[in-house]
Structures are given as C-alpha cells and as structure tokens.
Design a protein around this ligand. Sequence first.
Ligand SMILES: [Zn+2]
Length: 131
Amino acid sequence: MERVQKTEQEWREELSPEQYHVLRQKGTEPPFTGAYTYSKADGMYRCGACGNELFSSDTKYDSGSGWPSFTEPAVADAVELHDDHSLGMIRTEVTCARCGSHLGHVFPDGPGADGQRYCINSLSLDLDEKN
Ligand SMILES: [Zn+2]
C-alpha cells in the first residue's frame, strides 16, 4: 500500500476544522451527533482524509454507543492498531494504515466472531454509497 504523507498544513487546508480535529489531532466527536451513527445505507466507508477503503456497511451495527460501530475492517491491512494510554484509560487506537489519520478505538465487546467493536468517528469516514 502506498502511504499518503502530507504536512499538517496541507491537511488543515483540505479538511474541515471538525475533521481536522478528529483525524489529525485524535479528537472525538460528541456521541450521537455523527452523520453515520444511525446510517443503514449500503456502501463502503472510506477514510475521510485519504479515501482508503476501511469498513463495509455489511459489518456495521448499532452498538448503542453513539458512534458508528463495525465488527471488522473491510481489509485487515486497511487499519493499524496502537496502544493508547491517554485520558487515564488503556484503549486501542485505530488509525488509517494509508495516511495515519485517527479513526477511533477498538473494544473487545463486539457481537461478531472476533468479538471486536470498531468504534469510529463519523467525521473520520466518508461513505461511498452503493446504488
Ligand atoms: Zn487515510
């Protein structure tokens, strides 16, 4: 996979201030506010920063958490996981493998075979809707 590398200045110019805060500064959108929290549309959720294919709507489910939730990435290599000890919690951060942007966190309480819940900010995603 060819990595996308841009300066923070370039990202700042390309993204909305809200997107920039979440994707590049590891922010979190307030729960139950994101555009895709309740979306049931079919398609591919791409990285809001670089367009990398991240999550299929087939794996999206309503976790009740207030953020879009998925049981697994569309392609395992599409995302990278990192230990995150910020805010006094031990969590696993999910980033886009192509551009390094922050997507959300993964928790071990999902309903699928792997038991994973990818809890992803709507602002980090761009749905490519299937017609
Ligand atoms: Zn990306």
